[in-house]
Ligand binder design. Structure first.
Ligand code: TXA
Ligand code: MG
Length: 331
């Protein structure tokens, strides 16, 4: 009999076992520096479909494909020739030093990548993650690996192996790499001839992108209107406990868990009733790396009737945090 709460070691696999599973067309979750990914062979339609089924993810939301080196990028995307679309090529070249790292670049896919990865779309996001386990795994996989965050669709991304076990009740084997250092998903960008589109803000900031690669064409975040990237849809990255910005918290909710920067929340604490708890972060980097863990812990504790979040200033890394808060609080 299976016990959904059991954490048997059989759910944990080594890197070489994980590579064999992926090479055989199965799913494996693995750590990256951002969040845990749910990996499958990106060239096998059947394996890719398993990802969508396991997550309950609409086929229209494209997956990111991972590889372990710049030399292998050609297995995923067609790098524009230097003499051809030279402006796009120059932007990509300027961003290459950020890899391995929390950056996903959207470019034309090669036809060996299964059409299911992009729902038939011509463009695919590619990323070289900066995590020794992920790089070793990708090196031992025969093909590039499609990997969305290893959570059920619209839920909070996992930042530890246990989060993955909890998400899928132990049904997905996972390589345990400890806690993710960054804790927020990669920045997703698309280089164009006249500049760069940011589809999802992340650890690599728009300021960094602009400095390296030219003008930002359209920053797709909470301050803009229509989402152009499916993952930018509302109610994403959400905990089960209803989540509000502190300023929008409905009246009459007593058991509230408050989350924010220590410097923002400190002054608020004095006026709070005893049935409030708070989790504060000393820095913007801690806020980013601990936010998802904090949201999960509130769900697990089951005490709070609502989460009240105080967003940081929407600049630099704060922009990515505000983006995730926006979508966790949108109902
Ligand atoms: O940090 C990360 O990016 C993690 C780790 C595992 O690498 N992966 C991740 O994947 O967050 P996922 O599938 O949860 O989010 C991918 C995001 C979605 O918002 C998706 O809509 C967007 O990237 N995306 C993927 N391909 C795209 C494309 N061709 N055009 C526009 N947006 C795309
Ligand atoms: Mg995701």
């Amino acid at each position: 009999m299976t016990n959904s709460n059991s954490k048997s070691s059989a759910q944990y696999v080594s890197v070489s076992e994980a590579a064999s599973l992926i090479n055989q067309g199965a799913l494996v979750a693995f750590p990256t520096e951002t969040v845990y990914g749910l990996g499958a062979d990106a060239t096998e339609a059947r394996a890719v479909k398993l990802i969508f089924t396991a997550k309950g993810r609409p086929a229209s939301n494209p997956l990111i494909v991972h590889t372990n080196s710049v030399e292998r990028l050609g297995e995923v995307i067609q790098l524009p020739a230097t003499n051809d679309q030279s402006a796009i090529r120059a932007r990509v070249d300027a961003l290459l030093p950020l890899w391995p790292g929390p950056l996903t670049i959207v470019l034309p896919r090669v036809l060996t990548i299964a059409a299911e990865v992009t729902n038939g779309g011509a463009l695919v996001g590619v990323r070289i993650p900066a995590h020794p386990i992920a790089l070793k795994l990708l090196e031992h996989c025969h093909h590039p690996v499609a990997a969305p965050s290893a959570n059920r669709s619209n839920r909070v991304s996992p930042t530890s192996a246990r989060h993955v076990i909890d998400e899928f009740n132990g049904a997905i084997p996972v390589v345990d790499g400890g806690d993710c250092a960054l804790g927020l998903e990669s920045t997703v960008i698309e280089p164009r001839a006249d500049g760069v589109i940011i589809h999802r803000p992340g650890f690599v900031t728009s300021e960094q992108i602009a400095a390296l690669s030219g003008p930002i064409l359209h920053l797709n975040n909470t301050h803009t209107a229509a989402p152009v990237s499916p993952g930018q849809m509302t109610i994403h990255y959400a905990p089960t406990t209803p989540c509000y910005r502190l300023a929008e918290l409905p009246t009459g909710i007593s058991a509230v868990h408050l989350i924010g920067l220590e410097s923002d929340i400190g002054p608020l604490r004095d006026g709070l009733p005893p049935s409030w708890k708070s989790q504060t972060f000393p820095s913007i980097n801690e806020y980013a790396s601990q936010l998802y863990r904090a949201l999960r812990e509130v769900d697990e504790a089951g005490w709070a009737h609502a989460i009240a979040i105080v967003p940081p200033v929407a600049r630099g890394l704060g922009l990515a945090i505000c983006d995730r808060i926006h979508r966790a609080t949108h109902r």
